[in-house]
Design a protein around this ligand. Structure first.
Ligand SMILES: [Ca+2]
Length: 242
């Protein structure tokens, strides 16, 4: 084979490889972090159990697990602790609640972490099945209910917790569904015994993710891979401009 053919072949091979990598990253990039985490901790599971969500903090792993191996919601809340190897230190049957998200935050800023779970259920006030927030503390080896809300943020599809505003404790951001199919962000903070709404945003199409990136800064992903930086100002969540 002459030199130019060889060069052409290796060029083709490199191009093909690059295209394959780009396609792989496009399709599997966004889910890989979560998938990797589930895979890394898979050895903690028994039988047909599968992680629905997993939150790691301070030597503990808080998990929503499905005993039947389904991924849309779980039926068990499990806490693992690392002390010369991981141990399952607590579990609670959540079968009636259809839990699908777990995250750890200190909502009231007292130094004790809260366990925040998104569950899917109907309530006394609303017979339709919808997303609700349940908040617990894990105290003296028991799960203690701190707050359960049927009336927060109306109809919502996702929530995030993080400390990006000056008030005490972590704030909550809900992605609220509006009657016209669009979505908006609503921020709540803890005061005394419950949550107070702080601010809401304009409506956007298909909010897919957000990060609280800095002091009073939210990076929003919405629509067709669009990104926007938002900030809280005078009770509104508005576009950030420098
Ligand atoms: Ca707390």
């Amino acid at each position: 084979m002459d030199k130019s053919k060889k060069a052409l072949l290796s060029f083709a091979a490199i191009s093909l490889f690059t295209v394959a990598v780009v396609i792989f990253l496009l399709f599997f990039g966004p889910i890989s972090a979560e998938y990797k985490k589930f895979k890394e901790y898979k050895h903690l599971l028994k039988d047909r159990e599968m992680f629905v969500d997993l939150s790691l903090t301070d030597g503990r792993a808080y998990a929503i697990i499905s005993r039947e191996g389904r991924s849309d919601h779980g039926d068990l809340l499990v806490i693992f602790e690392e002390e010369s190897g991981w141990k399952r230190i607590y579990e609670n049957d959540f079968a009636d609640l259809k839990p699908w998200k777990i995250t750890i935050a200190d909502i009231d800023g007292d130094g004790m972490q809260e366990i925040l779970t998104a569950v899917r259920k109907s309530t006394h006030y609303d017979s339709r099945e919808g997303n609700r927030l349940f908040i617990f503390n894990f105290k003296n080896d028991l799960l203690v209910k701190k707050w359960t809300g049927s009336q927060i943020a109306g109809e919502w599809k996702q929530f995030y917790a993080g400390d990006f505003l000056p008030m005490k404790g972590d704030e909550l951001i809900f992605v609220q569904r509006l009657p016209d199919g669009r979505e908006r962000l609503v921020i709540y903070y803890w005061f005394a015994f419950g949550f107070i709404m702080l601010a809401e945003s304009d409506a956007y199409d298909n909010i897919s993710d957000l990060q609280m990136t800095d002091n009073n800064l939210i990076k929003l992903e919405y629509g067709n891979n669009e990104t926007l930086h938002l900030t809280v100002k005078d009770g509104r969540i508005v576009a950030y401009s420098e």
